[in-house]
Design a protein around this ligand. Structure first.
Ligand code: DER
Length: 236
């Protein structure tokens, strides 16, 4: 099975938790895309009805529009029944790294308002500790003096061998990636475990230039993992 087929299997399993009349947080990324496609299909078939979607990015907003999923926002619906989204890393305590797709702020806002947050991954996302994949921990920062903020973040985690890099568009150094919220992203790479995630997250948020970080601590309520040997479902 390809990685995308595994993502689709996990996504379709998650949609089994969707019931008519629900207000849903719609995630962002290649795994969540399959879940949103499936929701659109069930609505079209009449197997689901009266669903309202709260999209976590402009790209998800566009996808949901194309599927005729009715949309709204947090201002109108501050409490959601269920959110479905992918993750870049999942540690043994179901803490997540998210944001490699650049949508961590809206995802964290929306997924923080849900009664249930179902995370869908293929088995490659499972790690022993945050940062172990060697891929980035994204941090959304204001563009103003981003180098200053990047330097503060790198120093904060110097004992973990942290390297902070501004995310740019397809390798062109003079075109920073700009989020849906008009901010930049600093990607943090670690050589070692940063230890206490809550303390690390709180320390980052104390820098005025940091908007939000990509660790989703104690947020997931259900984890669906699709692997070569089948699907596993874990509840918090
Ligand atoms: O960027 C994000 O937060 C995405 O949800 C990411 O965590 C998962 O993306 P993927 O499903 O394309 O791997």
């Amino acid at each position: 099975l390809t990685q995308d087929e595994l993502k689709k299997i996990a996504a379709y399993k998650a949609v089994e938790y969707v019931e008519s009349n629900m207000i849903l947080g719609l995630g962002t990324g290649s795994t969540a895309k399959h879940a949103i496609d499936r929701i659109g299909e069930l609505l079209r078939q009449g197997k689901l009805s009266n669903i309202i979607g709260i999209p976590t990015s402009t790209i998800t907003h566009e996808q949901a529009l194309s599927l005729n999923i009715p949309l709204s926002d947090l201002d109108t619906h501050p409490v959601l029944d269920l959110a479905i989204d992918g993750a870049d890393e999942v540690d043994p305590n179901m803490n997540l790294v998210k944001g490699r797709g650049g949508s961590l702020l809206r995802e964290k806002m929306i997924e923080g308002c849900c009664k249930k947050f179902v995370v869908i991954v293929d088995e490659s996302k499972l790690v022993d500790y945050v940062g172990a994949s060697g891929l980035a921990l994204p941090v959304e920062v204001v563009p103003f003096c981003w180098k200053f903020t990047a330097s503060k973040l790198q120093t904060l985690f110097k004992d973990a061998g942290c390297v902070a890099k501004l995310r740019v568009i397809s390798g062109s150094v003079d075109h920073p990636y700009v989020t849906d919220n008009g901010n930049y992203i600093i990607d943090l790479y670690f050589k070692k475990d940063i230890g206490d995630l809550k303390a690390a997250g709180d320390a980052m948020l104390r820098f005025a230039g940091v908007v939000e970080h990509g660790m989703f601590i104690d947020m997931a309520t259900t984890l669906i993992v699709a692997g070569e040997l089948g699907i596993t479902v874990r509840h918090k």
